[in-house]
Design a binder for this molecule. Sequence first.
Ligand SMILES: *[C@@H]1O[C@H](CO)[C@@H](O)[C@H](O)[C@H]1NC(C)=O
Ligand SMILES: *[C@@H]1O[C@H](CO)[C@@H](O)[C@H](O)[C@H]1NC(C)=O
Length: 446
Amino acid sequence: MESPSKHQKLIKITPRLVLQVALPILLLLIIPLQLLKNTSFITSSSKPTPPPTTTTTTTTSTIHDQVAPSRHKPLPSITRPKCDLFTGEWVPNPDAPYYTNTSCWAIHEHQNCMKYGRPDSEFMKWRWKPDECELPLFNPRQFFEIVKGKSLAFVGDSVARNQLQSMICLLSRVEWPYDVSYTQDEYFKRWHYRSYDFTMAIFTSPFLVKAQENDPGGPTGTGLFGLHLDQADEAWKANIDEFDYLVISAGHWFFRPLMFYEHNKVIGCRYCQIENITDYPITFGYRKVFRTAFRAILERENFKGIVYLRTFAPSHFEGGEWNEGGDCKRQRPFKSSESTLQGVDLDLYMAQVGEFYAAQKLARRRGRRFRLIDMTQPMLLRPDGHPSRYGHWPNENVVLYNDCVHWCLPGPIDSWSDFLLEMMRNEGVFSKQEKILLSKDRRFKS
Ligand SMILES: *[C@@H]1O[C@H](CO)[C@@H](O)[C@H](O)[C@H]1NC(C)=O
Ligand SMILES: *[C@@H]1O[C@H](CO)[C@@H](O)[C@H](O)[C@H]1NC(C)=O
């Protein structure tokens, strides 16, 4: 168990929990892909739908001269004020949302909360306000100007897909993409924006490393997955060279029963219930997987892109576990004083960010760019943004009735695009900061 005293509503690592968490995640991540076949997401994808009449609103965004986060070391030689983009509050934004389920076909069925009768809409009407500066709202035209002739890939699970679909909807004020997928496989989609020659792709790889289902039953009846902790998943690794931007993330699948391999030999597991195999805490595999993924990226000689780690977005089951009436019924964000990252969420976050900084340091020396999109704290404050029971019809017999893992669209993850664009805009400043850090590193060494 990990810091048991702090758990409260947060997750306790107990065998029962693994069952409870693993099952919904399994369903959430697999069933939606089956149902996807029936949605307009696929059927209308090959031909772009004309943009809705509300053409480009240049929102309120302006280029601010804040410098993005440098939490750890002050950088005195940069003249612009520094600002931690990720520490702040959600504040009302009456102009949101910028699309609806009728103007955008890309909303995944299970995240189309308004279709399934979600009664409130206040959860769509917030923007993130960093304490020390402004985070401009997403400006699709400006985004296209930056990514013109370039390509961006998401690597992760269905929450990564959730973000991709949010971006398609936000960008639809300017242009719809063409489906240029190489395969019929819904896990590997590619979209092309003709006017800007911009490609956006998703590589579904929920564990980031080579994985297989060892046993569809497993100790909890939800499958036992085998993870090769030392081998990045070729499904994305072999395909990243052509991309200018990678947005990488992973999280919710690590709550399942897992078997761990290194050099193709079992080295332990997480809740496998096998007598002579060492059982490790959830962070064990999670940490190694990120280390392996980052190394794999660094080893790609021809990959020259910018790597963004989008940190773990916690789920928000309250009042019980997922199968004991646990739900996420709130209709407003928390204030930062009302919620603290703790328990397993904190452990996962620390493991992930620790690996990120280690990799970033290596990357810097090799002239590679690793950037942190530190969404964990902002998303911890959004218990109101999940589908809950509005991801399906009330009478549908779904095992996971309340989805407190994914995010309604429109909804809070639309703001992930605000962050991504701001990070891209600040890239020049980051690069300068890195040069300074690098020369300091060298000075310390010599
Ligand atoms: C959009 O949401 C409305 C409720 O706001 C619902 O009646 C409608 O069926 C939904 N349309 C689509 C295409 O999902
Ligand atoms: C576990 O124990 C069984 C029976 O003693 C043995 O056959 C098996 O090889 C052991 N597995 C590991 C990983 O040590």
